[in-house]
Design a protein around this ligand. Sequence first.
Ligand code: NDP
Length: 263
Amino acid sequence: MKLFAVFGNPINHSISPRLHNLALNGLHINAIYTRYCLENGKDFKKKFYDLKLDGANITVPFKEFAYMQCDEVIGIAKEIKAINTVITKNNHLIGYNTDAPGFMLSIKDFLPLKSVLILGAGGTSKAISCALKDRGVKVSIVNRSKKRLDDFIDMGFNLNDWDSYEIQSYDMVINTTSAGLNDGSLPLPKNLLIPTLKRASYAFDVIYHKLTPFLSACKQNNLTCKSGADMLLYQGVLALEIFLENRYSQSEIKKYMEKAFTL
Ligand code: NDP
């Protein structure tokens, strides 16, 4: 039997076991996917091998720790410097980032895009901004604090904090902050956000289980909107495709995983 797990802290809220077990059961694969609450990110690799895992996902706050402990990193994860998926081959830990391509699959109906404004400069912002840049999209990032923007210097993005931001036109505005997750706040002050939305066509919020104040404002301003549910789904589809060594197509996996959002 194969064994997979998601590492994070906290981890009880993670929907990943549900997504993956639905697909593993649906595809009749002899495997179980569980969750593991890691205390210290430095122990990731040791725990992975102690638990005799065949593959794992990594969530907040350990994606950068896991990246550092991989023997090999594939694709866009090298640029993002964070991974959310690992497998092992010949005692080698191989890391991938499926958040970035998962995001691109989730916005395929909005493509092509010329320019995008990303609100927030955390880990999710890094994955999304690198994915868009790789597709030739002009990316601007605005963040509440100046400090977080340091992680993006010399990456080819237009960077601003709230004080230096000037209203411009973008095809799409993306919220990658947790503003509105547990409160009524907007990810950018209203006097800057609303005029920006009035000039844009599409909006995306990485938060996936509620209509945030941001998406609500986007709807009121007639933008075509999307929540983070499909991004979450596709990062899982791509991760399981890797775990199962490409023996199953994305559409076969998706057919079962997407039931997590409807059941
Ligand atoms: P980080 O902690 O790495 O970054 C948070 C960012 O949000 C920072 O830039 C921070 O700004 C900003 N921020 C936080 N609160 C506010 C606020 N009230 N107003 C304005 N800015 C704020 O978080 P992550 O990137 O890891 O996660 C962000 C969100 O993405 C979470 O809600 C998470 O659930 C979601 N997510 C969704 C995924 C999906 O598949 N749909 C995948 C991964 C994450 P500052 O620097 O000023 O503090």
